[in-house]
Ligand binder design. Structure first.
Ligand code: PEP
Length: 248
């Protein structure tokens, strides 16, 4: 039985004070969250502070990205072993904003997945199609290509050490959510594709939905057979919008 994971992606938001308030509020509400794994992914600079505040709690910390290299002359990068050392459990890789704004390719994402995994982090691999790709009927081709980059580099077994987040790009930060049926169809496709290579990995891997998930739509999305949790952007920035999703 797969556990439900709800992870908050804070993106480039917050300040020392606002993040302290958010974490304090989250901790206060966590006693009402049962049977759900919860994680938050702050901007890099706040990770040590958040990890310290969350130490010993049920809330894990993740990064929003990590370098594909371990160390060396890579100005501006943060390596996966550093994130692990500073208290991260998870690392988001291949978020659509990294792909579309910073030009990261499927190969870059696969290398970051490999680096996170090697450091003992649990990579959260984001996949998902653009609106145009959905309208052209190539959603499954796009998602398969994004998954294959990791499978080809690391082998299908590597997916057992990670989490997959299906995030239709047209639903991220737009207020447009995939219907539970639309999301379930892609989640089932992803699990089926993995199952064709390794049934055990497919049965084990958590597949999250991301894209304007909120307190109002979380329960029906999370009720779908292959949706094992959520990757939450906007609604993770306040405890009163994030905790209801964790409780759902
Ligand atoms: C995301 O950025 O991963 C995301 C799902 O954002 P939002 O919930 O704001 O759509």
């Amino acid at each position: 039985m797969r556990k439900t994971l709800v992870a908050g992606n804070w993106k480039l938001n917050g300040s020392k004070d606002s993040i302290k308030t958010l974490v304090t509020d989250l901790l206060a509400g966590m006693s009402e969250v049962t049977d759900t794994q919860v994680a938050v992914c702050p901007p890099y600079i706040y990770i040590p502070m958040v990890a310290e505040m969350l130490e010993g709690s049920a809330v894990a910390v993740g990064s929003q990205d990590n370098a594909d290299q371990e160390s060396g002359a890579f100005t501006g990068e943060v390596a996966a072993p550093m994130l692990k050392e500073m208290g991260c459990t998870y690392a988001i890789v291949g978020h659509s904003e990294r792909r579309s704004i910073y030009g990261e390719t499927d190969a870059d994402t696969a290398n970051k997945y490999a680096a996170a995994r090697k450091a003992g982090l649990t990579p959260i691999l984001c996949v998902g199609e653009l609106l145009e790709e959905r309208e052209n009927g190539i959603t499954e081709d796009v998602v398969a290509r994004q998954l294959d980059a990791v499978i080809d580099l690391e082998g299908v077994e590597a997916l057992a050490d990670g989490v997959i987040a299906y995030e239709p790009v047209w639903a991220i930060g737009t207020g447009k959510t995939a219907s539970p049926e639309q999301a379930q169809a892609v989640h089932a496709f992803i699990r089926g594709k993995i199952s064709a290579l390794n049934e055990d990995v497919a049965a084990k891997v958590q597949i999250l939905y991301g894209g304007s998930m909120n307190a109002g739509n979380a329960a029906e999305l999370l009720a779908m057979e292959d949706i094992d949790g959520g990757l939450i952007g906007g609604a993770s920035l306040a405890a009163d919008t994030f905790l209801p999703i964790c409780k759902a």
